[in-house]
Ligand binder design. Structure first.
Ligand SMILES: NC(=O)c1ccc[n+]([C@@H]2O[C@H](COP(=O)([O-])OP(=O)(O)OC[C@H]3O[C@@H](n4cnc5c(N)ncnc54)[C@H](O)[C@@H]3O)[C@@H](O)[C@H]2O)c1
Length: 457
């Protein structure tokens, strides 16, 4: 079976490489010439653990190839997957479907023989029908159900553990009313069916909505625990123990109850917004999701204000802050909607000198150009340090923004001795991921989330 993957980004490249690993022939097609050029040179344009060796295995086996040309590969494929971006549309927050629709038009022109067109991108309910309508319009000679079908197959992988998530998913969701398409999709996912992965077949609208409902619910869990953290601070409670006490209830579960400076990334922010817009459009508002969106946006601003308030207490003329971790979560280079995109500009605006160390974004790192590609505008207004230790030296505070594993091992004594500390104060550690235990931070002014501030002067 042959697959063309339209869009070789985080989802297209990972899923394409995984399908090649399953033994299918996969062509990853992308309009971005630089991306395809890099891939053909063996350079992986994104950071995702394990992806480089998976891609090189696929290339070696000749089952994985890359191209900017769509026609040839689509015309010989059994399945064409659309894995292009669906960012928030400027102005109104709806999902921008222009890339999906352009891909549908391009695919239509090239179809030759029965082809299942699969929307793998996260798309609002009704998009699959729209894709089918585009193909019917572009190719009146084709008969739906005979020459082509459109199916929905949302992707649930997480950046940072994408390969494992794809290879061992909690479930696969497929939306189609066509028996013929269902059989093709069954063959595609047979390797996962064999390891007893639940495979849920449903209709297209339900499949499309499952993805948004799942992301909306996960975002809600995050926003909920963050508000509980604020309440814990006022009430003298401990959010870590609260989350544990809640999460041990099997009906709730422990995952996604980690306190944070707000969710970010390529999915939750845009997907909650798109879900809200769709719900309003269909006159069935999801006011819970509306509240989650507002709470999360406010959370990021509150975090910046909290850092500034702590610096203000110290009356510093030109505060300098070391920030550890700027990606939206560990193990990815992805900066989309990261909390750092709100917090760092606010610090700069308030006259703070910001020194950054991130395991991917550090002094002279090969990844630094990725910041500009992703639209980061402040990279020339901060300093990048070569290590966490270097960032710390002489800073007035240390802020942990993203919980990369290597930060867990930082010696607290090193923090104490390297931070600049005015008389009458303790070294200031602001931990926005609660990576330290409250019992191990003596000798520091330790500010974390949803727990008492430590300041044992
Ligand atoms: N990133 C994630 O963790 C994740 C997880 C699950 C689902 N998704 C969804 O998957 C979709 C893709 O996300 P992503 O993070 O991979 O995006 P991405 O921006 O990393 O990649 C999209 C790629 O599509 C290419 N592209 C755009 N239009 C094209 C066209 N007409 N023809 C060929 N290529 C085209 C772009 O050049 C880009 O390389 C989105 O809908 C997203 O919501 C993402």
């Amino acid at each position: 079976m042959k697959i063309t993957m339209i869009g070789a980004g985080y989802v297209g490249l990972v899923t394409g490489a995984c399908f090649a690993e399953f033994g299918f022939d996969v062509v990853c097609m992308d309009k971005d010439e630089n991306k395809i050029k890099s891939l053909n040179l063996g350079i992986i344009p994104i950071y995702e653990p394990g992806l480089d060796s998976l891609v090189s295995q696929g290339v070696k086996s000749k089952r994985l190839t890359f191209t900017t040309e769509l026609n040839e590969s689509v015309s010989t494929s059994d399945i064409v997957m659309i894995a292009v971006g669906t960012p928030s549309r400027r102005g109104d927050g709806h999902a921008d479907l222009s890339y999906v629709y352009q891909a549908a038009k391009d695919i239509a022109a090239a179809i030759n023989g029965y082809t299942v067109i699969v929307t793998k991108s996260t798309v609002p309910v009704g998009t699959g029908e729209e894709v089918a309508a585009i193909i019917r319009k572009e190719r009146p000679d084709l008969v739906e159900g005979v020459d082509f079908d459109v199916a929905s197959n949302p992707e649930f992988l997480r950046e940072g553990s994408a390969i494992q998530d794809f290879m061992r998913p909690d479930r696969v969701v497929i939306g189609t009313d066509s028996q013929k398409a269902r059989e093709v999709m069954q063959r595609l996912y047979r390797p996962l069916y064999l390891i007893e992965t639940p495979i849920l077949f449903t209709n297209k609208p339900t499949s499309e909505l499952i993805k948004y409902a799942a992301n909306g619910f996960l975002a809600l869990k995050i926003a909920f625990i963050n508000q509980m953290a604020d309440l814990c601070e006022k009430a003298g409670a401990d959010v870590q123990e609260l989350a544990k006490g809640m999460g041990l209830d099997n009906r709730i579960g422990r995952k996604f109850l980690n306190v944070s400076p707000g969710y970010g990334g390529s999915c939750f922010p845009k997907d909650t917004l798109a879900l809200s817009r769709t719900a309003h459009q269909l006159e069935s508002p999801c006011t819970i999701i509306d509240a989650v969106i507002d709470a999360n946006a406010q959370r990021k601003v509150n975090m910046a204000n909290r850092i500034i308030a702590k610096l203000t207490e110290r009356n510093l003329s030109k505060p300098r802050v070391a920030v550890l971790g700027i990606t939206f979560k560990p193990n990815t280079d992805d900066m989309r909607d990261a909390a750092s995109l709100v917090i760092i500009p606010e610090l700069i605006k308030q006259g703070v000198d910001v020194v950054i160390y991130d395991p991917l974004y550090y002094k002279d790192s090969e990844y630094l150009p990725h910041l500009a590609i992703q639209g980061v505008t402040w990279e020339n207004e901060v300093t990048f340090a070569a290590s966490a230790r270097e960032a710390l030296k002489g800073a007035d505070a240390l802020v942990i923004l993203t919980e990369w594993n290597e930060f867990r091992g930082i010696d607290l004594n090193e923090i104490k001795t390297n931070l600049a500390t005015p008389k009458g104060f303790l070294p200031l550690l602001i931990d926005l991921r609660n990576i330290y235990k409250i019992t191990e931070v003596s000798g520091l002014n330790y500010v974390s989330l949803g727990r008492p501030e430590m300041n044992d002067l």
